[in-house]
Ligand binder design. Structure first.
Ligand code: PLP
Length: 465
């Protein structure tokens, strides 16, 4: 029997990324409050938030300083916009702070309210710039299979996941996908990480040449892939990809929506992974998830192109009502201040070895094919047979079942396509909480193994590459 609140939910809400059919039976997990890395449901049950919400609540829950920053701004100036040359100090100050932090040359910052809008803006800016530069054919966007960049028509086209394309009439023409850099799943037998990276860079180059480099505007990549499986790239990958992009004057967009602001133990994932992007998309941890805010860095050549277009057309025809919302900007400013003052990024670097060691221990579990990560992010792949890497029938929903067992153990983690499980706790997680997280996850895997045995589930043949 669903509770009253749960029953009302089922009758009123359409939930993102939810099987709407089975959801009618299972109902929601309704959360009521949070504290530190813990969230509590309406029955008062605590859960360790092993996903930082959706990869975003970096400073955990109940951070009073963020609450105060929001309420103070709400009482002072709850809304102001940046259209037609209007401005306000939280946006100016935040843009200044971000310009200083960005690991890429940054002339200006453009604000959005989400990661999808940030990446959507990146594509529009790349198109607009190439028109300004007199190269109107240079418009195609290359993303990667299993990359995740959002859900607008354009960003869902960039996203390389079947659920974002099937029956959505996507991807749009001009959005291409190159191979996923997942060594565990896609390397040839015996292929080293470096050799795999070289092969993928060669494949990217072949795609660019096939399409004609004069038609390719930009390449977009997350440092560590998030929603596509929490996949850490193989050694040498970005250096090799970068060389290809440089050869054909292709703009490199780093989607730092998850990795930005400390997740990998560096301020940005680009710094941890030897990436030299032209521009960065950010969102999520910029406000620790407390307010919706995203944005993009704008390099000087791009800014020059925007200026030229304004001279020609009379305006910069882009922006949303909430671009640079003052409350979101005020919360972001406070978030960045806390990151610096409390040395949060250095703290991640310090805790990462314990987190990664506990993650690596899971490789001993009979259901775990891969357990790999970087910083405070981890990806686990459940397999039916560790030698052949054969998986269970996707319809059996093994990873989803494991996540449900984790929830029963008081741990929130997330299942992703390909029987993968993501772990991405708040950056403020303490060492004993890291231990609790992995103890509970190990118990959830044990319960999954017992369930598999009881159901008599078997491996399906290894899919052809
Ligand atoms: C890497 C990445 N890019 C873009 C997005 C889209 O952001 P949003 O859901 O805020 O639109 C996400 C969301 O999870 C993401 O992980």
């Amino acid at each position: 029997m669903l509770s009253n609140l749960a029953a009302r939910d089922v009758e009123t809400l359409v939930h993102p990324y939810t099987n709407l059919a089975t959801f009618r039976e299972t109902g929601p997990l309704v959360l009521e409050r949070g504290h530190g890395v813990w969230v509590y449901d309406t029955d008062g049950r605590p859960y360790l938030e092993g996903m930082a919400g959706l990869w975003c609540t970096a400073l955990g829950y109940s951070n009073e300083e963020l609450v105060a920053a929001a309420t103070e701004q709400l009482s002072r100036l709850p809304f102001a916009h940046l259209f037609s040359g209007r401005s306000h100090d939280p946006a100016i100050e935040l843009a200044e702070a971000l310009k200083e932090l960005m690991p890429v040359p940054t002339s200006k910052v453009f604000f959005t309210s989400s990661g999808s809008e940030a990446n959507d803006t990146q594509v529009k800016l790349a198109w607009y710039m190439n028109n300004a530069l007199g190269r109107p054919r240079k418009k195609k966007i290359i993303a990667r299979q299993r990359g995740y960049h959002g859900v607008t028509v354009v960003t869902a086209s960039m996203t390389g996941l079947p659920a974002n394309h099937a029956d959505w009439d996507l991807p749009l023409p001009g959005f291409l996908h190159t191979a996923c850099p997942h060594h565990y799943r896609f390397a040839e037998p015996g292929e080293t990480e470096e050799a795999f990276s070289s092969r993928l860079a060669d494949e990217l180059e072949a795609l660019i040449l096939r399409e004609d480099p004069e038609t390719v505007a930009a390449f977009v990549a997350e440092p560590v892939m998030g929603a596509g499986g929490a996949i850490t790239p193989p050694a040498g990958y970005f250096a090799k990809v970068q060389a290809v992009l440089d050869r054909y004057d292709i703009r490199f967009i780093a989607d730092e929506v998850i990795c930005g602001f400390g997740r990998l133990g560096t301020w940005f994932g680009s710094e941890a992974l030897d990436m030299r992007p032209d521009t960065i998309s950010f969102a999520k941890a910029v406000t620790s998830g407390y307010m919706p805010l995203g944005g993009v860095s704008i390099d000087e050549p791009l800014y020059e192109a925007l200026l030229a277009e304004s001279r020609k057309l009379g305006t910069f025809g882009h922006g949303t009502t909430y671009s640079g919302h003052p409350v979101a900007c005020a919360v972001a400013l406070k978030t960045l201040e806390i990151y610096r003052r409390d040395r949060i990024v250095e703290g991640v670097a310090g805790k990462a070895p314990l987190f990664q060691a506990r993650l690596a221990q899971l490789r001993g579990h009979p259901l775990v094919g891969e357990a790999r990560g970087l910083g405070l992010i981890g990806g686990i792949e459940i397999v039916a047979d560790r030698a052949s890497k054969a998986q269970f029938d996707p319809k059996a929903g093994v990873a989803a079942r494991c996540v449900a067992f984790a929830q029963a153990e008081g741990l929130i983690v997330r299942f992703l396509a390909g029987d993968r499980i993501a772990v991405c706790p708040p950056l403020v997680i303490q060492p004993d909480e890291i231990d609790t997280l992995f103890d509970r996850l190990a118990r959830a895997l044990d319960r999954t193994a017992a369930w598999i045995a009881a159901e008599g589930l078997e491996a399906v043949p290894v899919p052809a590459r």
